[in-house]
Design a protein around this ligand. Structure first.
Ligand code: 4AD
Ligand code: MG
Length: 468
């Protein structure tokens, strides 16, 4: 029996200067991408999923059962034995000259992925097969590497990873877009199991804040659920979110951490996934590399919400057409407004800060009288990171640490009941603290240039779409 190899470690061995011909007889398992032959000699592109690249397998009428091999079709599972031969004059640096090719799993004629360049929309309908397509080989490997980038960034800085619960009794954002949990067919759907209303988490923030006040720097990173019916390219009802929380840290420190984290993640992926990133910049977004390099080399701009409103009003005056053009201080910005600021004005990542209190979550730190709206309206120490092509990918804030101020806001909103423990954190050694939430899928879109969130999640969940 020959040495068992795979595509990834063989390319790595080659890159590190190992003598592949000294491997002797090798054995490799994978799937045929293509198979063509001239009657004398044939070529199978063997892909085994361990790398973006394939290995070319060459067989000839010397190989055992040449005819059977010639009939192997796209997607068939195969086992190849043979020897590695260096091919310095060819596009690929080496190939396998086959002694045997064994068919392990044949492919039915109705295999839907025959077409070389199927559309992303078509592939979305066959989510169980699309991981085999080039685009999704690249997307899902980068997704895996990006998750490691996130953990590496925080772990290297001593942050403690906290597994906040997926099932909760709170609506952490106070926005009402929660999925309620019940067991079927009981007369009390809200209380049947836990004896209290239960839902899937919309954010781990409140739970992780408690850990920040014990471990200083912490993060949670997991699935998040929102029953928003927004049918856009950027909204999913199940997505992943990274939520760090930093004790003894204000809004400025918060933004520094966000910027360092985004830049670290981009650098990490560029270094670990050169083949995948080259694919994206060839087939998905030609300007991707320039964009990412510019992001790495430029400090992120910070702009006050009030300033942003003035710029948008000015743009309308100068004839710029927005779908929603009635721009007033106090409004929640639409995606088109965010994109105008980050794409047309700043032309790069932009922190929009100090939003009106009325449009932001209850836990955000109230700013002082030096930062109020045109009619004295209160603002909060919030920051949204807006990026070209997408709009918001991160939302963060300094948290209200003053017990009385926070309690008054919660009482007014009516969500104090059940969140007394969260308020108590302000009574028991509370301190200035801040945090943020990075939409993991949106960050992946940004780094790969993929423009629909449905193409960044293995099995996307959106309203009226639950297949697989
Ligand atoms: O701005 P959001 O709602 O902030 C929070 O949830 C805070 N608790 C975060 C914190 O301070 N710890 O959500 C944070 C990010 C957004 O900027 C966006 O990138 C992403 O989560 N996000 C979504 N991504 C995909 N689909 C959705 N429906 C999303 N909703 C939010
Ligand atoms: Mg937000």
């Amino acid at each position: 029996m020959g040495k068992i190899i795979d595509v990834r470690t063989t390319y790595e061995a080659f890159a590190s200067g190992a003598d592949l011909s000294a491997f002797g007889e090798v054995e490799i398992y994978g799937w045929a991408r293509t198979n063509r032959n001239s009657g004398q000699i044939g070529f199978i592109e063997l892909h085994d999923g361990t790398a973006f690249k394939s290995i070319q397998v060459v067989y000839s009428n010397d190989s055992e059962n040449y005819d059977a091999i010639a009939h192997i079709t796209t997607a068939a599972a195969i086992k190849v034995t043979g020897t590695i031969v260096l091919t310095p004059e060819m596009k690929q640096p080496f190939e396998i000259h086959a002694k045997t090719v064994e068919l392990l799993g044949d492919v039915a004629e109705d295999y839907p992925l025959q077409k070389k360049r199927a559309s992303l929309e078509f592939l979305r309908e066959i989510a169980y097969l699309r991981p085999r397509a080039n685009t999704f080989q690249a997307v899902f490997r980068v997704r895996s590497v990006l998750a490691m980038a996130v953990h590496t960034f925080f772990q290297e800085r001593g942050f403690v990873y906290v597994h906040t619960p997926e099932i909760t009794g709170n609506d952490a954002e106070g926005a009402g877009s929660v999925f309620t949990i019940s067991t079927e067919g009981t007369p009390h759907p809200y209380t049947d199991f836990y004896g209290t209303k239960a839902s899937l988490t919309v954010s781990g923030q409140l739970h992780v804040e408690a850990f920040a006040l014990a471990f200083k720097d912490v993060y949670t990173f997991g699935p998040t659920f929102r029953a928003e019916k927004s049918n856009t390219k950027r909204h999913a009802s199940e997505f992943w979110m990274i939520e760090p929380e930093l004790a003894f840290c204000d809004l400025n420190g918060d933004m520094e951490c966000i910027e360092a984290c985004i830049k670290f993640c981009i650098r990490y992926v560029l270094e670990k996934c050169p083949d995948e990133m080259a694919f994206f910049s060839t087939w998905i977004d030609k300007g991707l590399m320039d964009k990412l390099n510019a992001v790495l080399n430029t400090p992120f701009t910070r702009m006050d919400y009030t300033e942003g409103i003035k710029i948008l009003q000015e743009a309308v005056k100068n004839g710029h057409k927005f779908d929603y053009s009635n721009i007033e201080w106090g409004m929640d910005l639409q995606s088109e407004h965010e994109r105008y600021l980050t794409e047309e004005v700043v032309k790069g990542p932009t922190f929009l800060i100090n939003y009106p209190e009325a449009i932001k979550a209850f836990y955000m730190k109230e700013n002082g009288p030096d930062k109020v709206g045109p009619n004295g309206e209160k603002t909060v120490a919030a920051c949204d990171l807006l990026v070209p092509g997408e709009g918001e990918i991160v939302g963060g804030s300094q948290r209200e640490e003053i017990y009385e101020v926070l309690k008054a806001k919660m009482d007014k909103l009516g969500n104090t009941n059940g969140l007394e423990w969260y308020l108590n954190l302000r009574k028991y050694g509370g301190c200035v603290h801040s945090g943020f939430g990075i939409g993991f899928d949106r960050l992946l879109m940004y780094i790969t240039g993929i423009d629909n969130i449905r193409d960044t999640e293995p099995y996307p969940r959106t309203s009226n779409a639950l297949k697989y």
